[in-house]
Each structure stands twice: as structure tokens, then as C-alpha cells.
Design a protein around this ligand. Structure first.
Ligand code: ZN
Length: 133
């Protein structure tokens, strides 16, 4: 794995959280994107080499809505950059980690992504992401 690509934060309302993070980071949100398959609206900020991804549910039954219901707003996942997501998925599976999707899927920001079950990673949801070229 390479750098931390981004840190995902679950929020209730992007209209409140985007200006909050703009103030916090002193940096403009550079992109918002709807990821229909995941039922989330996302908003991105660059912070040095990495990014912050805010996630707002578009559906009361979506994963982000459910997460906020259980745990409240806050840190949702950490995403690591990989150059070959398929190879990394096989490697991690062989190491005993549980993948939440068997095939890479389309994520925000033109990435292929795969999530690891947080049960196997000390409670932290991990996302692998590879740039789609
Ligand atoms: Zn993410």
C-alpha cells in the first residue's frame, strides 16, 4: 500500500459540513460528487498529500445513514492508495482479511475501490483505492 489517499468522515448535512471544513482547513471544497451506487453525496478537500472526503447519505437506509444512526457523525473510514487493487485484494484475503466486496467497485473521484471488514482491522473500516485511468 502507498499513501493514505483520503480520510472519510460521515456527516448529516453537507450544506453545514462543507463550510465548516472550509473554515477548519482554510481550503475550499474542490469537488462534490454523487455516488449513486453507494447512496452518498461526497465532498472533497485537499490537505497536503491527502484528502478529506465528507459523506452524506442520500437515503435513510443507506450505509452512511445507518452508520450515523449507530455511532453519530465522525470518522468513517481510511483509504489507502494501491497500484493494483486486484493483487492487493488477493494478498489481503490470503492474509485472512475479510473483503466487503469481491470485485473492485466504482467509487467517488474516479477510483476503483474495495472495503475491508472492520472486524478484522481493529474496528477501522479500510478502503483500498486505485486510480482508474
Ligand atoms: Zn472513501
Amino acid at each position: 500500500m502507498q499513501k493514505t489517499e483520503h480520510i472519510g468522515i460521515a456527516v448529516k448535512d453537507l450544506a453545514i459540513s462543507i463550510p465548516l471544513f472550509e473554515k477548519l482547513l482554510n481550503s475550499q471544497c474542490y469537488k462534490t460528487e454523487l455516488v449513486e451506487s453507494e447512496k452518498v453525496n461526497t465532498a472533497f478537500f485537499k490537505i497536503g498529500e491527502t484528502k478529506i472526503e465528507l459523506l452524506e447519505s442520500t437515503d435513510p437506509n443507506g450505509v452512511i445513514a445507518k452508520f450515523i444512526e449507530r455511532k453519530g457523525e465522525g470518522l468513517h473510514h481510511i483509504a489507502f492508495d494501491v497500484t493494483d487493487i486486484n493483487a492487493e485484494m488477493i494478498r489481503l484475503q490470503n492474509e485472512g482479511f475479510v473483503l466487503l466486496n469481491e470485485e473492485p467497485k466504482q467509487g467517488a473521484d474516479n477510483k476503483l475501490v474495495c472495503f475491508l471488514h472492520p472486524k478484522g482491522t481493529n474496528g477501522v473500516l479500510i478502503e483500498l483505492c486505485q486510480d482508474k485511468n
